[in-house]
Design a protein around this ligand. Structure first.
Ligand code: GCU
Length: 645
């Protein structure tokens, strides 16, 4: 029986069995367009306690538990207090704020006091843009809610728990996920811990717009599909109006017994596109409440092996990125970080970004919406997920619902990706099949995709090259096609494919040949591979459009080298040149998102001379400096764009 994630009892520790405490309020349905609401941000320095042994949950030994309250006076023994000078800045990861927390995976307790006057008749929501990973939220000594998942928002109706005057908010954050979670603990990125995104207090009228989705009906460019949910005292059978003043749209609706109003209506709207990212001010009026958001409208579809944006074929000139600041360490979270990332994407001449491997912050998605950059959004169903776990599936489905609820009105978001590099198999196929069905049911106006593993296709071509090297087949024998044959492709609209020809493939081939007594240097295999790559051709078994969602090579900014010197900027350039030549020759490839915009932190990269716990596949260094390959990709995209626009 799946345990509801927000009701799971706190983790036991060898020291004690904490009291089984149920959250009092629980989570409220996610507020839509929360960033468009007037709000009080609880940002700045929060007092903290680092609780590595996870002792702080309610337990008699600790006279109540960290979330409950503090010593009343100098005579009361409580072996914890926030009154030291320990603070962390919120929003922000803890890993880059304190050197001793760089590798820390565990619990940190946060405390923030704020003054508030209880509003009469109005509601107050406490909204978190995201905090990694598991959270318990206490207000004035009461456990109100729990949430797990580091990259999606959640909110709590705190109205009835506020007091006039000083209020005390305590948040327990445990950055560890788990084997039956999404993601697991094993990721090729540093899974920063902490309250990493905005924390807002949002005051709402007695009846308010809980969520509104206004987008083109799938496949149409003149009909809107409208879905508005009201909440509060008079949500059922209530009048609500949709207005798009610039387009002369004004539509009255009535909610049903559940506070839901929906309709389809025709509207003449200029479509959103990278060339013209037109957004309209859309207003939803319900009683006292007025919610306004800037929304673009576009259609996105596939036709055979082409991707159509507003009915026209589009090529996705993209780049992948992690959610790290461009020129400073740590997790990105806000408008400035987003603006810097958009500038770099634009400087590449890109019209597309893969936000890997988890939902990035809302400011980034909105910045892409405003700038006309198409977005691939993804949930971290990454590598070795426990596909047989019902809890893992429940967590994936809940996080996906939160991501869709947050970004459903962002025209820029055209792809929902359900996985990255997962091995085919009955459990995986069933898991992703269930997730695919849920995502389509929640939003059928976008394309479903996933980044498939390229290993099998790469291995076949690698074997062909090895046989050519040992002379078993003629040097000019055409290579087999790179066949994308993962059965998951059947369930997708667009097939994402990760391949690293020129980087990961050469070492294993050289070692294998040497094992067979062929004295060959890895450098020779690299030269042969680079020479052969322009002849490789890609085909998706199911004839769907392909996006090469990853390719690349590592380079240390400033390291130069002849030939095939790995980690040199020169070799990264050579790999990019051959990759772009190769990929331009396969017509079914409709987009690229090379790995990756900037070097990023990871516990996977252990070359302490060249990597130092950075994945160095960035086209920008960890300080945001351009590497030589940046211009290789930028000039390729410029040529494509001139051909396109
Ligand atoms: C994989 C994976 C990335 C990883 C990259 C790499 O394809 O999806 O998360 O960082 O390869 O090896 O650099």
């Amino acid at each position: 029986m799946t345990t509801r994630w927000d009701e799971a009892p706190p983790e036991e520790t060898p020291f004690h069995k904490p009291a089984d405490e149920r959250p009092e309020a629980g989570l409220a349905p996610l507020l839509g367009s929360a960033l468009c609401r007037a709000a009080t941000a609880l940002h700045g320095d929060w007092r903290i306690i680092i609780d590595q042994s996870n002792l702080g949950e309610t337990n008699p030994m600790m006279f109540g538990g960290v979330g409950r309250g503090e010593a009343d006076g100098p005579d009361e023994l409580l072996e914890y207090s926030f009154d030291g000078n320990d603070t962390l800045s919120v929003p922000g990861d803890w890993n880059t704020q304190r050197p001793e927390l760089f590798w820390y995976r565990g619990v940190v307790w946060y405390r923030r006091d704020f003054d508030w006057r209880r509003p009469s008749g109005r509601r107050v929501y406490l909204y978190f843009g995201g905090a990694n990973f598991r959270k318990s939220v206490y207000l004035n000594g009461r456990l109100l809610a729990r949430h797990s998942g580091g990259f999606t928002p959640f909110n709590i109706d705190v109205t009835d728990y506020l007091v006039d005057g000083n209020n005390r908010l305590i948040v327990k954050v445990d950055s560890r996920s788990g084997a039956d979670e999404i993601p697991t603990e094993f990721n090729d990125w540093l899974n920063y811990g902490g309250i990493t995104r905005e924390v807002l207090l949002i005051e709402l009228p007695p009846t308010f717009v809980e969520h509104a989705a206004v987008q083109f009906k799938p496949g149409s460019r003149d009909t809107l599909r409208v879905r508005i949910r009201l909440a509060g005292v008079r949500a059922a059978g209530a009048p609500v109006r949709l207005e798009i003043p610039e387009a002369g749209v004004s539509q009255d609706l009535l909610t049903d017994a559940d506070g839901l109003a929906q309709c389809e209506l025709r509207a003449a709207l200029e479509p959103w596109s990278p060339q013209a990212p037109k957004r309209y001010r859309v207003e939803i009026i319900a009683g006292e409440d007025r919610l306004a958001d800037d929304i673009g409208f576009r259609s996105i579809q596939v036709a055979g092996d082409r991707i159509l944006l507003n009915g026209k074929p589009v090529f996705l000139r993209g780049i992948s990125m992690h959610e790290e600041r461009l020129a400073a360490p740590g997790r990105a979270w806000g408008p400035e970080d987003a603006a810097a990332a958009v500038d770099a994407i634009r400087a590449l001449g890109a019209n597309f970004v893969r936000l890997a491997h988890y939902p990035h912050n809302e400011y980034m998605v909105r910045a892409c919406d405003a700038a006309g950059i198409l977005v691939w959004a993804e949930l971290p169903v990454y590598h070795a997920v426990d596909f047989g776990s019902a809890d893992a599936l429940a967590s994936a489905q809940r996080q996906y619902a939160e991501m869709i609820a947050r970004d459903v009105n962002r025209a820029a978001v055209v792809f929902w990706s359900i996985a990255n590099e997962t091995e085919p198999g009955p459990a995986r196929d069933a898991f992703l099949g269930a997730l695919a069905r849920q995502v389509r049911a929640l939003d059928d106006s976008r394309l479903l995709t996933a980044a498939l593993h390229g290993n099998r296709g790469m291995r076949r071509v690698g074997e062909h090259l090895a046989m050519q090297i040992v002379g078993m087949i003629p040097a000019d024998a055409p290579p087999p096609p790179v066949e994308i044959d993962d059965p998951l492709a059947e369930q997708l609209d667009v097939v994402g494919y990760n391949q690293y020809f020129g980087w990961y493939t050469c070492g294993p081939i050289a070692r294998e040949l040497r094992k067979r007594g062929i004295p060959i240097r890895e450098a020779d295999v690299r030269e042969r591979m680079l020479a052969a790559m322009p002849g490789f051709r890609y085909q998706a078994a199911c004839g769907k459009p392909i996006v090469i969602s990853e390719f690349g090579a590592e380079a240390v900014k400033g390291l130069r080298g002849e030939g095939t010197r790995v980690f040199s900027e020169d070799y990264q350039v050579r790999v990019y040149e051959k990759q772009l030549e190769m990929l331009s020759a396969s017509p079914a490839i409709r987009g690229l998102s090379p790995w990756i915009l900037k070097d990023f932190r990871t516990p996977y990269r252990l070359h302490t001379k060249w990597q130092q716990y950075w994945n160095r596949k960035g086209l920008l260094s960890e300080h945001g400096e351009r590497k030589l390959a940046f211009d290789v990709l930028a000039s390729h995209y410029r040529a494509l764009r001139d051909g396109d626009d």
